[in-house]
Design a protein around this ligand. Structure first.
Ligand SMILES: C[S@@+](CC[C@H](N)C(=O)[O-])C[C@H]1O[C@@H](n2cnc3c(N)ncnc32)[C@H](O)[C@@H]1O
Length: 207
């Protein structure tokens, strides 16, 4: 599945940012979208935050407004090079999310934005376990990602988006109880908050 548009969106950052900015209109725009998962958290300049699968720094640029202690991790050297240029005040690490080069209990917050839908199911479980490991006790894992729309009017738009830009792992995520997976790993987690006709979920899990 997916089309050439997926490759282009990763090759040309302006295309990725344009599409994500357009999609973010469904929740009131990019600024609101990027902060949805942080609602209710106490973050200060010392809060140690990991932006997991940070891409070119699309969420990182908002995280550095709250904390001076932000690290972005991604597996793509090209994305990290762009992130370094776009948001130089963060630190960056090239690694796989399922095997992070961090010690146990290092971060107060791990944030991941529209990335978990790219993972195979076993990989997703490993990543959640890794996030649990690197979070301090009481630390929070914040996730924003796709969810199966609860409003039928959103299905055509979401389906078209997934067909054009995503692979089968995104369709799998729609059928996955992500909050349940966090709970199985040991996180204290409530019901996901849904936005954009239910097509977007926000989860906060506390270690
Ligand atoms: C759709 S982008 C999301 C980028 C950004 N977080 C955002 O909010 O726009 C997904 C990112 O996940 C990264 N990624 C995919 N699989 C990964 C893995 N196993 N470990 C680390 N990064 C991964 C990709 O390189 C890509 O930059």
């Amino acid at each position: 599945m997916a089309t050439i548009l997926r490759d282009w969106s990763y090759r040309y950052q302006w295309l990725y940012d344009g599409i994500s900015g357009f999609a973010a209109l469904s929740v009131g725009g990019e600024t609101r979208f990027r902060q949805l998962a942080l609602q209710g958290l106490t973050i200060n300049s010392e809060t140690k935050i990991l932006d997991l699968c940070c891409g070119s720094g699309q969420a990182t640029q908002f995280l550095v407004k709250f904390s001076q202690n932000v690290t972005g991790l991604d597996a793509s050297p090209l994305s990290l090079k762009r992130a370094q240029q776009n948001v130089p005040s963060a630190a960056y690490v090239e690694a796989f999310a399922e095997n992070m080069p961090f010690t146990d209990c290092e971060f107060d917050v791990v944030h991941t934005s529209v990335a978990l839908h790219e993972m195979q199911s076993e990989q997703l479980r490993k990543i959640i376990t890794e996030v649990y490991r690197v979070l301090k006790p009481g630390g929070v894992f914040t996730v924003v990602d796709f969810h199966a729309p609860t409003n039928p009017l959103f299905w055509p738009g979401v389906s078209l988006f997934l067909l054009l830009f995503e692979t089968e792992t995104a369709w799998e995520l729609l059928k996955t109880d992500l909050a349940g997976l966090l709970a199985e790993t040991g996180f204290e987690v409530g019901e996901p908050k849904l936005y954009a006709g239910g097509s977007l979920q926000v989860i906060q899990g506390r270690k």
